[in-house]
Design a protein around this ligand. Structure first.
Ligand SMILES: *Cc1c(COP(=O)(O)O)cnc(C)c1O
Length: 417
């Protein structure tokens, strides 16, 4: 059973909270976590994040901290910076952003003025809120020109993006997505940015682990700025980062602090350092290869079961299932699957006619189940279980059976902590 990382400390001091953490661990361990943006952090990452480093104020950057006593905090931050720079062939690294959204905001503040034209992928086609959605500060502050995907193929249409860029001459072009199942061609984006006279930012929040594991092309030869998260495919602590060309180093650093943040989360930065060390190993590369293999097999099997996948498949760690031919909404599917022990999220498909609360699709990812050690064989079984559950929405006996099989699978591949 789960004991917590410090024995019974929490249990003695705050049993009410301890109980909730234990329940959450049971949930994570006894269901298939297939939300594409989630993963399991290693025990070493959790240990660093749960350390005394949370006590320290460390405003500023290594070599120029504003408070006393920052010797070790500085060394830790420098270690994280050096490791990340090596991992992503970076000229300049900032590991202080509290999240991916903060990382994006910092880049905007560093190079944009309110009212500047920014081009990003439409949220409804797989982009992220922070790429200019009206509800987000990015959409409220800048003049947003969104690009989507091709209506027939649902793929990025680089010629259309180029035409849009040449017409609107954005100050910044953003590539990157939260629900795009295919490889992103960063070189093509860079060429468009050069032609249009724009800065180019690659938001690799979802695929940072894939890039580090060399199973997705690297953005660093092309992007002026790379932002991302450490908790998705990288499987580190919840947090963000910014990589940039050297010429933007000062602007980026001052946009993060004092621009939008105060003291950095030293305990999280330490956990990021652990995560980057792990990401340099051969084992990590093998893991990322398996994530993509598992994703391909799961996609293939779902197609065999009669499901339609947006773009017809996947190149990366996630897929989007278009449920219109199943006569159920994304919301209905996600609820039913979670009850059967398979946790995914409802997700709009490109040009969806249903609203964002209902949607016509679900997004499924393989990073977390792969961290548990699952391979192709288990993906075949999972596809079968998903098909059973979704094709028998009203049959509680079948749903019970699926749920039983999910539990057995989870027992065979326990979450390692
Ligand atoms: C997840 C994600 C983010 C934001 O990360 P948070 O840490 O949740 O703020 C930014 N961009 C993209 C493309 C993402 O998928």
């Amino acid at each position: 059973m789960f004991k917590g990382y410090f024995g019974d400390v929490l249990k003695k001091d705050d049993a009410e909270l301890e109980k909730l953490i234990v329940e959450e661990f049971k949930r994570e361990n006894s269901k298939l976590q297939m939300i594409a943006s989630e993963n399991f952090a290693s025990k070493a990452v959790l240990a660093a994040q749960g350390s005394v480093l949370t006590n320290k104020y460390s405003e500023g950057y290594p070599g120029k901290k504003y408070y006393e006593g920052c010797q070790y905090a500085s060394e830790i931050e420098q270690l994280a910076i050096d490791r990340m720079a090596k991992l992503f062939h970076a000229e300049h690294v900032n590991v202080q952003p509290h999240s991916g959204s903060s990382a994006n905001l910092a880049v905007y503040i560093a190079v944009l003025q309110p009212g500047d034209v920014v081009m990003g992928m439409d949220l409804a086609c797989g982009g992220h809120l922070t790429h200019g959605a009206p509800a987000n500060i990015s959409g409220k502050t800048y003049k947003i020109v969104s690009y989507g995907v091709n209506r027939e193929t649902n793929l990025l249409d680089y010629e259309e993006i180029r035409q849009l860029a040449l017409k609107h001459r954005p100050k910044l072009i953003i590539a990157g997505a939260s629900a795009y199942p295919r490889t992103i061609d960063f070189k093509k984006f860079k060429d468009i940015a050069v032609e249009a006279g724009s800065y180019f930012m690659a938001d690799i929040a979802h695929i940072a682990g894939l890039i580090a594991g060399k199973v997705h092309p690297d953005a660093s030869p092309y992007a002026d700025f790379i932002t991302g998260t450490t908790h998705k495919t990288l499987s580190g602590p919840r947090g963000g980062f910014i990589i940039s060309k050297k010429e933007f180093a000062r602007k980026i650093d001052s946009a993060v602090f004092p621009g939008i943040q105060g003291g950095p989360l030293v305990h999280v930065i330490a956990a990021k350092a652990v995560c980057f060390k792990q990401a340099m190993t051969a084992g990590f590369r093998k893991y990322q290869q398996q994530v993509v293999k598992n994703s391909a097999v799961l996609a293939e099997e779902l197609i065999k079961h009669g499901f339609t996948l947006v773009t017809g498949g996947t190149d990366n760690h996630l897929m989007l299932v278009d449920l219109r031919n199943q006569n159920i909404t994304g919301r209905e599917a996600a609820l039913a699957l979670d009850q059967a022990g398979i946790t995914v999220n409802k997700n709009g498909i490109p040009y969806d006619t249903l609203d964002v609360w209902h949607t016509s699709g679900i997004r499924i990812g393989t990073p977390a189940v792969t961290t548990r050690g699952m391979k192709e064989e288990q993906m075949i079984e999972i596809a079968e279980l998903i098909a059973k559950a979704l094709k028998n929405m009203k049959n509680t006996a079948i749903h019970k059976d699926v749920s039983k099989k999910v539990k057995q699978l989870c027992k065979k591949f326990p979450v390692k902590i």
